[in-house]
Ligand binder design. Structure first.
Ligand SMILES: [Zn+2]
Length: 301
């Protein structure tokens, strides 16, 4: 592992927010599945004393992180497609408030995983491409005839100023260097193009009330943004911020029960029993704890 400076302001001036709960010194691939049940296991999490950004420190070596995301497989995520489709339809509607309908314009989804958003955008008239490091996830997406590039913004040889829209859903919290990724994203967008970055909100009331029990404190998350710190970083990179908005999402009750089991076993078992008994597993419900948000911004003309 390595010690890093604050990615938002560059300072090397931090204090510990949450002690590490791990005893390994290399990331475990199984902890990097999107639906990992290992709540409560995380590296030491610190807060920048200068700008208040919260991040893992010491953190994983960049190569170890990329290796984990290249090799990760997650069948549970595929099973949860229905809930994610609804969530992404909601995300797309929110995004189109700024862009209007797709009408054949180009959209790049960074960290597209199995391509659920790429498919949602494509169905709505966008020419959508996904870039994704997990070979398994890219195979899953290609089985649905989606346009996917295996790799990262670095390895994908995409021309500058190509895209009308670039999206990053639940990606930035996993990155070793969010600033660099945002700079590359800026370069890929056409002037006037829109970027949407979605992540969990460490400044939210839910996060502050739950403290060390906030479920998003997990091994695979290394950056913990709030609306202020993410807006600041994106503005620094050159984007004009349009809005930082709290978002909910949809989850199937069957999936919710299995996630609950990772968090609290007896409660999860009870939830499973109830969901099975009343045949509710496929029912998707909106969830909003106020601890997820999206920043919408544009590359200036
Ligand atoms: Zn800082």
């Amino acid at each position: 592992m390595k010690y890093v400076n604050c990615n938002v302001c560059g300072a090397d001036n931090w204090f510990v927010r949450y002690q590490s709960t791990l005893n390994t010194h290399a990331p475990r691939v199984e902890a990097f599945r999107c639906t990992t049940p290992d709540y409560g296991e995380h590296t030491q999490i610190v807060q920048c004393a200068d700008c208040a950004h919260i991040f893992a420190n010491p953190t994983w070596e960049a190569d170890d992180l990329l290796h984990a995301y290249t090799t990760v497989e997650d069948e549970t995520y595929v099973a949860e497609r229905a809930g994610r489709e609804l969530t992404f339809e909601k995300h797309l509607n929110a995004l189109e408030r700024f862009t209007g309908a797709g009408n054949g314009r180009t959209l790049l989804d960074v960290g597209a995983y199995i391509g659920v958003f790429v498919e949602t955008a494509q169905n709505a008239g966008w020419r959508a491409i996904g870039v994704e490091p997990s070979a398994w996830a890219v195979r899953e997406a290609r089985r649905r005839d989606l346009c996917m590039i295996e790799g990262t913004l670095d390895s994908a040889e995409l021309a500058h100023q190509t895209f009308d829209v670039l999206t990053m859903w639940d990606v930035i919290e996993h990155l070793d260097d969010p600033r660099a990724e945002l700079e590359k994203s800026f370069a890929k967008l056409k002037p006037g193009g829109l970027i949407a970055v979605h992540t969990m909100n460490v400044e939210s009331l839910t996060a502050r009330l739950m403290g060390s029990r906030w479920p998003w404190l997990m091994e695979m998350h290394v950056q913990f943004f709030g609306k202020r710190s993410l807006s600041r970083l994106m503005a620094d990179v050159g984007f004009d911020i349009l809005e930082a908005r709290t978002e909910g999402r949809y989850l199937r009750l069957g999936y919710l029960a299995s996630r609950l089991e990772g968090f609290n076993k007896p409660l999860g078992k009870l939830a499973h029993w109830a969901v099975d008994k009343f045949r509710l597993a496929e029912v998707a419900i909106p969830i909003n704890f106020g601890d997820l948000f999206t920043v919408y911004a544009t590359r200036p003309l």
